[in-house]
Design a protein around this ligand. Structure first.
Ligand SMILES: [Fe+2]
Length: 372
């Protein structure tokens, strides 16, 4: 028995951003656009998006204060604006950070409690404002997931608020919006998508449908990420990466993840390591630990990426990271063995519980040793 949920209306393809006005018009007359501080403006994407919205006669407010790994205060500010401006529909434009902040603003603007209460575990009781997601990276999958990853800076904690009411009404996945991504961000976000697909495929709660999606995503991302990093202006490659990322998101949003994501969150929150980079560095070592748990599935992964012997998979992933210019350890971030107990204590999330092989604290310590 398995359950699949794809409630988001997904519109995919080069140039589909022009559909935004039409999509919004059925959702309301007053939109709040939530995005980061500068890159959308610099690349001209913000002008393009606001132009499409205004053409449809929809009034627009802008909240462009979302930082990397958005914190609770930022979301709270956005909620206040949505309430004061009487927003009908919230748009999240950007990478995972902007979309997660927008998602939380949309879902909480109509609730009675504070962001701090929902972060502490209070359930979202009713539907929020409709949320439209427009990803500009090929990575996080936040455009179709039911959670918003937020950071409490006071205690360096990074975790999700999760609710079916958080799922986007519409996702506009336009690969043209990723043409401006710098190569390093392309590598980070691409490795997030790759790791999500790989963890989805071997997780305890995978099913035949998510397996099909995940395996296809693994192959597409492995084949195209190096070129996307080397030549970001190649629209065809960007389209393939956007498709790989969407397939990965469709897989893990229904299957769950594993130990890489369990460990990546505390490492991101405590040491400021970008999420995709944290996933990339952890992946070969978690993979090496997991190999014996589902040999038949790891054999399939090896086949998809052209590795003959399954035991060579971790090494092949490290060579792949070198090809796309990523480091193999966290040395620049100052992580030491003294930090391991707190990282391990905070890694026991729902992702960790779905890892295909049970990992004791000692096992996680051994994995982390390889990364410093
Ligand atoms: Fe991720």
């Amino acid at each position: 028995m398995f359950l699949l949920m794809y409630p988001t209306r997904i519109i995919f393809g080069r140039g589909v951003i022009k559909e935004l006005g039409k999509e919004l018009s059925s959702l309301g007359k007053k939109a709040l656009l939530v995005t980061g501080r500068s890159s959308m403006r610099k690349t001209g994407i913000l002008d393009r998006v606001t132009g499409v919205i205004k053409q449809e006669g929809i009034s627009l407010d802008l909240f462009d204060r979302v930082e990397h790994d958005p914190c609770l205060e930022t979301v709270n500010q956005g909620i206040k604006i949505a309430r004061i401006k009487k927003t009908d529909v919230v748009i999240g434009l950007g990478g995972g950070s902007a979309m997660d902040a927008a998602k939380a603003i949309a879902s909480l603007a109509r609730q009675s409690g504070t962001i701090w209460e929902y972060y502490a575990g209070r359930k979202i009781e009713k539907e929020g404002l409709p949320f439209v997601a427009i990803p500009t990276t090929a990575g996080t999958g936040a455009e179709i997931t039911n959670n918003s990853v937020l950071t409490d800076r006071k205690v360096s904690l990074k975790k999700s608020i999760r609710s079916p009411y958080m799922i986007a009404r519409v996702a506009l996945v336009d690969p043209e919006l990723t043409l401006f991504l710098p190569s390093q961000v392309t590598a980070y976000t691409g490795m997030d998508a790759f790791t999500q697909a790989l963890e989805s495929y071997v997780t305890r709660t995978s099913n035949p449908i998510t397996d099909t999606l995940a395996l296809q995503a693994i192959e597409i991302i492995f084949q195209n990420l190096p070129q996307a990093v080397a030549n970001g202006k190649d629209a065809e490659i960007r389209e393939k990466m956007a498709l790989g990322s969407l397939l990965s998101a469709m897989a893990f949003s229904n299957s769950g993840l594993g130990a890489v994501h369990g460990l990546a969150h505390p490492i991101g929150a405590r040491f400021g390591v970008p999420h995709g980079l944290a996933c990339a560095i952890l992946l070969p070592h978690v993979l090496g630990f997991n190999l014996i748990s589902r040999p038949e599935k790891f054999t399939q992964i090896a086949k998809k990426i052209g590795v003959k012997r399954v035991e060579d998979l971790p090494n092949a992933i490290e060579r792949f990271l070198e090809r796309i210019g990523l480091p193999l350890n966290f040395r620049p971030y100052g992580i030491t063995e003294a930090h391991f107990p707190s990282i391990i204590a905070e890694s026991r999330s729902s992702s960790m519980s779905k890892n295909p092989r049970e990992a004791s604290d000692e096992d996680l310590r051994e994995i982390l040793k390889w990364t410093i």
